[in-house]
Design a protein around this ligand. Sequence first.
Ligand code: UDX
Ligand code: UDX
Length: 455
Amino acid sequence: MTRSDGHPLKIAMIGTGYVGLVSGVCFAEIGANVVCVDKNQGKIDTLLKGNIPIYEPGLSELLIKNKERQQIQFTTNLDEAVSQADVVFIAVGTPTSPESGEADLSYVFKAAEEIGNALDGYTVVVTKSTVPVGTNKKVKDIIAKATCQNFDVASNPEFLREGSAVYDFMNPERVIIGTDSPQARELLTRLYDPLCDEGVPRLRTTLETAELIKYGANAFLAAKIMFINEIANLCEATGANIREVAKGMGMDQRIGRSFLNTGPGYGGSCFPKDTLALNLTGKSYGVDLTIVEQVIRSNAERKSEMARRILTKIKPGETLGVLGLSFKANTDDTRESPAVEICQQLLDQGVKLKAYDPKAHLDKDQLQGDFTRVEDPTEVGKDASGLAILTEWAEFKALDFQAIHGKMKKTDFPSLFDFRNLLDPEVQNLQGFEYHSLGSQKMKITSSQPLTLAG
Ligand code: UDX
Ligand code: UDX
């Protein structure tokens, strides 16, 4: 991955969050010279010390290695990084705007302006942030107003899942290169050469098509999740078992096994924001995206339904032990976490919560009410009338549920809500609990032989 003069390509990564940091470190790993830029001085200081401000498996090792061999640098100085770069990536956040529900593009546009002011020589400016169709054209106009330098704009969406982002970067299923410029296309193709040698397809498209591939993919995956959640509801009503139903459905290659895990609804920094934004994009073009709209509604309803189920067993003033707060396992991220939202709904009803999560980052006041976080997972049982597993951390499978049961309030068969279908009563000793999983009927576990209860 070199320039025509034989030197490694130089990259400036603007925005060093979950996506920008992983992408920057991984580009360094595959041979580019990377400068990661962020406005947040604290974040840059942390990175300069060789620490990472987020939890992402495998990232720390790669960061240290590439820092040592001087493939990667960190700075708040955007001008310098951009002026020396061949390729500038925009990876700043595009959060949901609270007023309209649309993607807030102010950070992207501000970054574009700053990049325009700093360009020096031909540069390709690439948007990695997820932006509504048409945004890259606007980015191009903003840069053009700020500079008389030669540049091109491209859209190169990311498909990184938090928790396996390094693996996803290094093992892409496809690379989307959206641009109208042959020169930019050639440069980006070269940038991804080390990852695509093994036959990974590179799809070359227009800007608009690349933008919509990202939204289409995320909305489709969100729909897949909500579809299986509705089938899980039907399993509960009919006596079928969702684990087997999903397995059987997924054996059809046209459907595929992934993203058929029933749960408490989808969360994170992408699906909730991207489904909302796509729906509004449709409206602005007069195109009804009725399925996307229903997926959004179904997801909101799902989280309330989970809270309602708990409230049938746990009354205001009683304590619920909670396992898991992050929006899924293997990340510290709690943005739009279903676990956090369910917790808040329970707190609003006067339920007391005692929660454990190995990594979740919670802002002060993110949860309001009688909420305590404990450092030892078995402590969630102390004086609790029930338990809920809200995030599928693998370590919860190894917990001693009998020890937790022993700390709980003495009630007959306290409820254990497993909203991730993480446990298996044939494997974990859940004796003494009434076990509520999703998409199958509840069980009172009296001994080693679980008993299924109707309804
Ligand atoms: C990314 C994408 O950009 C978003 O569009 C996609 O849908 C999800 O992933 P993410 O990496 O999760 O967002 O965002 P975040 O972790 O908030 O990181 C953004 C970073 O950009 C922050 O470190 C912030 O300080 C930085 N930033 C923001 C700048 O450096 N300059 C700005 O003007 C704004
Ligand atoms: C997503 C996309 O998968 C990724 O390609 C990129 O575009 C960024 O957004 P991420 O948000 O990190 O990645 O997590 P993902 O693994 O997709 O999970 C999103 C949510 O869906 C989580 O709350 C997760 O628990 C939920 N989910 C996922 C399910 O409920 N069931 C499933 O089968 C899969």
